[in-house]
Design a protein around this ligand. Structure first.
Ligand code: 1GP
Length: 246
């Protein structure tokens, strides 16, 4: 469990982590070169690759292109069982615990399992919680599920804890890609106060302040996708936060 161990090690050392999310639909070769360079300079922890819906992009080609440009672990963040590839190093094996949709809780996982068995991917069991973020996101629409209301931190806490008791190794609180509002700090704190497994937070993180607020609330890891792909100017300021993860 190389990737999970490195996440646990960071947490034990009191360090934070940062991952960039690459959506194969949005990233072209030129962007991948820039993003890989940035990842190297910032010494980020790993890449996540995937999306709720891939239409035009090619997952395998994106992974191969990334592998030519970076040594960092590539972890699949799949929107469906079609997003499995041995070109990656690992996979977040997600169960959408915020939903009451059996397909997202266990159906898609059953379809994926025999394919995963044929790969050498590191499989990281992850409690995945979508959080309401000021508008519908692709993730909540595609998963046909209601996200947890943003003012119901206690529901997120109970859900994350249930995931931990079910044996899941990571807790991912996601406001959804391009979210208007990120996961609220008080919700992150509440989850962090009950759970012992590492907490990943993502969705709508597009400023230094939002990163620091998530870390200070108890996030162990943050994920940035949209802002990196768009080349948002705040990425030039990330260097000053490097002490959190290096
Ligand atoms: C989405 O948490 C990720 O699933 C990242 O979100 O694209 O908004 O950074 P952004």
């Amino acid at each position: 469990m190389i990737v999970l161990d490195s996440i646990l090690k960071l947490k034990k050392q009191g360090k934070k982590g940062i991952a960039f999310l690459i959506d194969p639909d949005k990233a072209n070769e030129e962007q991948l070169i820039k993003i890989s360079q940035l990842a190297r300079d910032l010494e980020i922890t790993f890449f996540l690759v995937g999306g709720s819906l891939i239409t035009s992009g090619d997952l395998k080609q994106t992974l191969q292109a990334l592998k030519r440009k970076t040594e960092l672990p590539l972890i699949l963040f799949p929107g469906s069982p079609s997003q499995i590839s041995d070109e990656a190093d690992g996979i977040l094996f997600l169960s959408l615990l915020s939903s009451r949709n059996p397909e997202m809780l266990i159906g898609q996982q059953v379809i994926a399992a025999p394919y995963l068995k044929m790969t050498s991917l590191e499989i990281i069991s992850t409690a995945y919680l979508l959080i309401e973020s000021g508008g519908q996101t692709t993730a909540s629409y595609m998963s046909n599920s209601n996200p947890i209301p943003s003012n119901k931190a206690e529901i997120a806490e109970a859900t994350a804890l249930a995931g931990e008791y079910l044996g899941m190794r990571l807790i991912y609180l996601d406001a959804g890609s391009g979210a208007k509002n990120p996961v609220p700090a008080n919700m992150i704190s509440k989850v962090a106060s009950s759970c012992t497994q590492p907490i990943i937070v993502g969705g709508g993180i597009n400023s230094k302040e939002k990163i620091e607020s998530a870390y200070q609330a108890g996030a162990d890891f943050i994920v940035i996708g949209d802002a990196i792909e768009k080349g948002n100017s705040f990425i030039n300021e990330l260097d000053s936060l490097k002490h959190y993860w290096t």
